[in-house]
Design a protein around this ligand. Structure first.
Ligand code: AKB
Length: 332
């Protein structure tokens, strides 16, 4: 028997019963809550692994279930039990961690994806499995990186993301599974910290600024990467899954970006609010070499044209919101 959750679905769309795999991670924790707000609390299942149980509002507001992406039977049981029609598969190791655990990165990212796609094929689910700016490599044009271009990454994260795109397209073309995805840039957020990515510095810098601590930047001056504030990332993930499929020329995966900056620019943006904030550099060679292989700025015109992608936040409006939210959070 299921607990009765307070349901106020605001939006009637293509998605009815949704499973978020990786619901306690940086994106998952906020995506699950946003989906519950829009589709009704009881219609969004928070899938988590042992050791990363949901807490607080995420736990209280709706159903949750253990969903280890490497176990196809567990995924199938949850999909059957909750009559799932859409799966957000967010299980993955981020770029830096994946370099120290390449086999595990493949197991979660690709063997896990295979399980998700097989269950989706049998039960008719739509699937969103994000790709990343990490799917590009040193040979990719770095400025205004096109939607369709060279993808020869040399990191395990990148290799698993290119494979994610290809396997997701394969299941769409061969079996008609409704797979769609975006290539996320660095995501900046204030609820759940990211863990082990190359772009994490752009989150960490705000925590240091609000705590009144100097920040030591692991990424060098002049290193530009695409970035996005979490509310825009959530809109992207939901709007793409709600988009009219007849308008989609591409599927896996769309370039999307909201801003491109280097450490100096984010530092200056923070200094407009906290003038005595200090930043020094201690470049991390692994992070720097990964960042050097990624685009400086992507062309996201296909996403804009095919499903109306349009971000709200730029660097200064994001900084304003991040500093306000973190000041409240860190005072508690
Ligand atoms: C990472 O830095 O690994 C991620 C990403 C850009 O995919 N945030």
């Amino acid at each position: 028997m299921h607990t009765i959750w307070l349901d106020i679905p605001l939006l009637v769309g293509r998605m009815k019963n949704i499973l978020v795999i990786g619901a306690t991670g940086q994106i998952g924790s906020e995506l699950t809550m946003e989906l519950r707000k829009r589709y009704g609390n009881s219609n969004v299942v928070a899938g988590y692994i042992t050791g990363a149980e949901p807490k607080g509002e995420l736990k209280e507001s709706g159903p949750s279930a253990i969903v280890d992406v490497t176990d196809a039977e567990i995924i199938e049981n949850v999909v059957k039990e909750y009559k799932i029609d859409t799966i957000y598969n967010l299980a993955a190791l981020l770029s830096v961690v994946a370099e120290s655990k390449p086999k595990l990165a493949w197991k979660i990212g690709i063997d896990g994806l295979w399980n998700v796609l097989e269950v989706a094929r049998v039960y008719g689910c739509a699937v969103f499995t994000p790709s990343s700016i990490g799917s590009f490599g040193i040979d990719t044009p770095h400025i205004n990186t096109p939607q369709d271009t060279i993808q020869r990454p040399r990191t395990m994260y990148g290799i698993s993301k290119v494979t994610t795109e290809l396997l997701s397209d394969y299941y769409y073309n061969k079996y008609g599974v409704d797979t769609r995805a975006v290539r996320f840039p660095g995501i900046i957020s204030n609820v759940t910290p990211p863990g082990g990515g190359t772009t994490d510095y752009a989150v960490d810098i705000y925590y240091s600024a609000v705590k009144g601590e100097p920040f030591v930047c692991p990424i060098g001056k002049g290193t530009f990467m695409d970035m996005m504030y979490m509310p825009d990332a959530l809109n992207a993930a939901i709007n793409l899954m709600e988009a009219d499929p007849t308008k989609l020329v591409h599927r896996n995966a769309f370039n999307i970006t909201a801003m491109s900056f280097d450490p100096e620019m984010i530092y200056q943006s923070i200094c407009k609010h906290i003038p005595d904030f200090q930043m020094t550099y201690k470049v991390d060679p692994l992070k720097q070499s990964i960042a050097n292989s990624w685009p400086d700025s992507m062309d996201d015109s296909c996403a804009r044209k095919e499903w109306g992608w349009s971000p709200i936040y730029d660097l200064d409006s994001m900084t304003n919101d991040m500093l306000n939210k973190l000041s409240i959070k860190l005072k508690k």
